[in-house]
Design a protein around this ligand. Structure first.
Ligand code: KG4
Ligand code: ZN
Length: 336
């Protein structure tokens, strides 16, 4: 089959990104304009501000992606774009831009599910990775265990019933006064703490499900901090960070390994912003090794939101015949 070049656009949250990806695995460019510095002031992403900032930069980001890849719009075979899940106003910016390009260039448009994009980041990092495998998608907005049966074929095995893992990290970090985004800050601080210092509740259910719940552990941390404040007890932030992290990681690890046993799969590909967490990586690799299970993860830049992962997902969808019509709309709650 001929080589295919995808121009991809991602704008579902607070990163405006465009990439040029060849055959789903080779990244020719991956430009990311992050709004983090702006949203930091508010302690989280402000949706209306995010939309406006996407509008300001999307054109420049796309032009830069083409230039860095050394290609022109004529060289592109299809345009891939995230159409959900995410913030509706933010999604619309990338989607409308992509539709405009598709219409004016008469090039096919491929809609991509953001979660699928996170999983596909692993195809870029690991050139030989092929389905089937189990993916643990842990980001600021989502927590899923997915059985990847084939390219584009997914079974969701477990998911969060309340907060996403990254959301819990961000909220706990905020309560500890560490700033936004909190995940990387807790990751770093936890290295200096004792993970057994405080017993926070494990974030799982007692029934048969492989679903998660993270609001309980988050509330337990907030209650603990309040109690310390009221009793004038000095908080050891590193111990809180390490103990919180342990409660979250234990259940992620336990449920993903259970899935592998159930499906008789020996490969886990983790994905999403929290997949760059060093404790999660180390702890999962160690536990999986004992069962002969391989753990893969993308490099840091491919873990957090970026358009290259969307370009990879778009490629596999495109060669399987998926093409969006121009009436495709943003779907903030799009399911995998
Ligand atoms: O995938 P992502 O960029 O955006 C969403 O699609 O949500 O993930 C962002 C999330 C944030 O909650 C951030 O705190 C978390 O990923 N994160 C981390 C780390 N790096 C980013 N969480 C824990 N440890 C990290 N090292
Ligand atoms: Zn994401």
């Amino acid at each position: 089959m001929d080589s295919k070049l995808i121009l991809s656009i991602e704008s579902s949250c607070d990163e405006t990104s465009a990439a040029v990806v060849k055959d789903g695995r080779e990244v020719l460019s991956n430009i990311i304009a992050s709004q983090i510095e702006t949203h930091k002031k508010y302690g989280g992403v402000v949706p209306e501000v995010a939309s406006r900032m996407h509008i300001e930069v999307v054109n420049g980001v796309v032009l830069e992606a083409l230039e860095e890849a050394g290609v022109t719009l004529n060289d592109i075979d299809a345009i891939g774009v995230t159409y959900g899940p995410g913030l509706v106003g933010a999604l619309l910016v990338g989607l409308q831009y992509a539709k405009g390009l598709s219409y004016s260039l008469k090039k096919p448009l491929v809609g991509v599910n953001h979660i699928e994009g996170h999983i596909c980041a692993n195809y870029i990092e690991h050139k030989d990775l092929k389905p089937p495998f189990v993916s643990l998608v842990v980001s600021g907005g989502h927590t899923f265990i997915v059985h990847v049966k084939d390219y584009g074929k997914y079974d969701v095995i477990g998911q969060t019933r309340d907060d996403a893992a990254g959301e819990a990290y961000d909220k706990v970090a905020r309560a500890l006064g560490l700033g936004y985004p909190g995940g990387p800050k807790i990751d770093k601080l936890a290295k200096e703490g004792n993970e057994n210092a405080i017993e926070f509740p494990k974030a799982n259910f007692h029934d048969d499900t492989l679903d998660f719940s993270f609001s309980g552990v988050k509330s337990a941390v907030l209650n603990y901090l309040n109690k310390c404040k009221m009793q004038n007890i000095e908080v050891n932030k590193a111990d809180v960070a390490a103990s919180f992290q342990k409660a979250v990681i234990e259940v992620l690890k336990q449920n993903v390994l259970k899935t592998c046993r159930k499906k008789e799969i020996k490969k886990i590909a983790i994905a999403g912003g929290v997949a760059s967490n060093s404790a999660l990586r180390e702890s999962l690799i160690k536990a999986a090794e004992k069962e002969g299970i391989e753990v893969l993860f993308p490099s840091q830049v491919l873990c957090t939101d970026n358009a290259a992962m969307i370009g990879s997902a778009a490629y596999f969808n495109f060669i399987n015949g998926s093409e969006a019509k121009l009436d495709i709309n943003a779907k903030p709650n799009l399911k995998l």
